[in-house]
Design a protein around this ligand. Structure first.
Ligand SMILES: CC(C)(COP(=O)(O)OP(=O)(O)OC[C@H]1O[C@@H](n2cnc3c(N)ncnc32)[C@H](O)[C@@H]1OP(=O)(O)O)[C@@H](O)C(=O)NCCC(=O)NCCS
Length: 225
């Protein structure tokens, strides 16, 4: 049966105008090449994670490079079945402005990513505190999460000289959350489980569980239960 079907498909393909044949073949070769390069990149990522002391659970999936800058003694732990997307070809909802990045600055920095979590060009920077993301949380493209302002706001001459480490604060994103495209999650914030953060939000205060929050600064828009 299959032996009849395949030649018919081939016959149909051969009857296509030359320009369509070239485009179609190019498309197939392009997709196959891209997939092959993603697989090679994945192996490189696994090696780089290991070299940098990043621990991860089973079935880690990566597409494209990861920016890794891990301070010795800090902790970066990825759970099971975590997806890390760093390439606009693989990202569903939008293009990506940059690769996913994990950066830690001190031995007390920690980045803890829960099981089945998805990152899309996410920038996670822990200067001195813990940043944790709960299991099953989806992070849409281009989200930035940081535990630090990196400079004190006042006085102006202190901005470059005084690092203000004491103002760094832990960030906790609960399980089953959905963080919308291009959102910023800043120092000291806790987002409760199941909550949705609308696209383009700037989260500077705690947000409770089971709600939709959004805006600049993000506030609760509605509660789901
Ligand atoms: C939050 C979202 C999912 C819409 O959810 P929804 O339940 O359909 O919400 P609605 O459109 O009914 O809006 C509810 C309220 O939230 C407000 N709102 C929705 N999106 C908002 C945003 N991004 N920022 C600020 N307020 C927003 C609406 O204006 C509305 O306010 P109102 O009640 O005063 O009129 C959508 O706005 C969003 O952010 N989409 C992007 C999701 C994303 O990042 N996807 C990437 C794939 S991983």
């Amino acid at each position: 049966m299959a032996s009849h079907v395949y030649p018919k498909k081939l016959e149909k393909f051969l009857r296509l105008p030359l320009s369509l044949k070239i485009h179609f073949t190019g498309f197939l070769l392009g997709a196959a090449t891209r997939e092959f390069l993603f697989r090679v990149h994945h192996l490189v990522n696994l090696a780089r994670l290991r070299i940098n002391g990043v621990r991860h659970g089973r079935n880690l999936k990566t597409w494209g490079g990861i920016i890794l800058s891990i301070y010795p003694g800090s902790r970066v732990v990825l759970g099971e079945d975590v997806s890390i997307i760093s390439d606009g070809w693989r990202s569903t909802a939008s293009t990506l402005f940059a690769k996913t990045r994990f950066r830690t600055f001190t031995p007390s920095s920690a980045i803890l990513i829960g099981d089945h979590t998805g990152l899309n060009g996410t920038s996670i920077t822990s200067r001195s505190r813990e940043i944790s993301i709960g299991a099953y949380t989806m992070i849409a493209p281009n989200v930035i999460i940081t535990d630090s302002d990196f400079h004190i706001p006042w006085p102006p001459e202190g901005r470059r000289l005084y690092p203000g480490f004491e103002q760094d604060a832990k960030v906790t994103i609960g399980q089953n959350c959905w963080i919308g495209i291009n959102s910023l999650i800043l120092k000291g914030v806790t987002i409760g489980e199941n909550t949705v953060i609308a696209a383009g939000s700037v989260v500077v205060n705690d947000i409770p569980a089971d709600c939709l929050a959004g805006g600049v600064p993000a506030r609760v828009i509605k509660t789901y239960r």
